[in-house]
Design a protein around this ligand. Structure first.
Ligand SMILES: *Cc1c(COP(=O)(O)O)cnc(C)c1O
Length: 237
């Protein structure tokens, strides 16, 4: 098989896994978006995913993402930034993406708001929460999320949509579910604090834990290796 037919077959397999997982939780996740995470992958690989019906593409590295965006500018793609954000790179993020999932501090929110070109409309934001309090991991603490949400909701060029999490790595499905349940509960508490906000997004679930994420109400799955194959370099945290 060529790489392209493999990618298309992998996406069909993921869609079957999603359908199977949703049998038990379709009421939790009526609108589930499958995002293909294409870090380290070529524009050609992304084009194959588009042929299989993917519309949402997630990228972690800014320079790499912008180069692929130029190659794919004639395609209809909703681009999501999901990687670490340095404050001197916020302008490029604000100008090149529809969504940012990896915001974990106030300074980044303020800069994205200032630098978002108004003609593009508000930038969709997920706050990244470090749900297991891992010292090595990006993401705000649970305690810091309400104040960040309040700030995000006050900024006119941003549209706060919800939370993103990369829980502690575990193969235990019960532990995976507990971690994702904690993210869901945090989003529910934000909804109670900010009833006027449209907090509709739980960005959670990767290749190794998507079933658990669906069971706990994920609305955006971020799938890389099970679509494009294993990566040469390890996934950054
Ligand atoms: C790489 C990455 C993914 C995809 O991970 P896979 O295990 O390859 O599916 C999802 N989210 C983030 C933030 C990533 O960096």
């Amino acid at each position: 098989m060529t790489a392209s037919t493999t990618i298309i077959a992998n996406i069909a397999a993921i869609q079957a896994r999603i359908a199977a997982a949703q049998q038990y939780s379709a009421s939790l996740t009526p609108h589930l978006t499958l995002m293909a995470v294409s870090k380290t992958r070529s524009a050609e690989d992304i084009a194959a995913a588009l042929k299989a019906g993917i519309e949402h593409i997630g990228e972690n590295y800014l320079q790499e993402a912008v180069a692929k965006q130029a190659e794919l500018q004639d395609k209809n793609i909703c681009w999501h930034f999901i990687g670490p954000i340095q404050s001197n790179k916020t302008r490029t993020v604000a100008e090149h993406f529809s969504w940012v999932h990896s915001v974990d501090r106030a300074k980044i929110l303020s800069r994205l708001n200032e630098q978002r070109p108004p003609a593009l409309g508000p930038l969709n934001i997920c706050l990244q929460v470090n749900i297991n309090n891992e010292p090595s991991k990006a993401g705000a603490s649970i305690a810091d999320i309400p104040a960040l949400a309040e700030l995000a909701l006050s900024l006119p060029q941003l549209r706060l949509r919800g939370l993103m999490a990369i829980p502690a790595n575990t193969d235990d499905p019960a532990q995976q579910r507990r971690n994702f349940a904690a993210v869901r509960k945090l989003l529910n508490s934000l909804r109670q604090h900010f009833p006027a906000a449209q907090l509709d997004t739980l960005s959670m679930g990767m290749s190794g834990d998507m079933e658990a994420a669906i069971a706990e109400g994920a609305t955006i799955l971020r799938i890389g290796s099970d679509i494009f194959g294993p990566r040469a370099s390890p996934a950054p945290e």
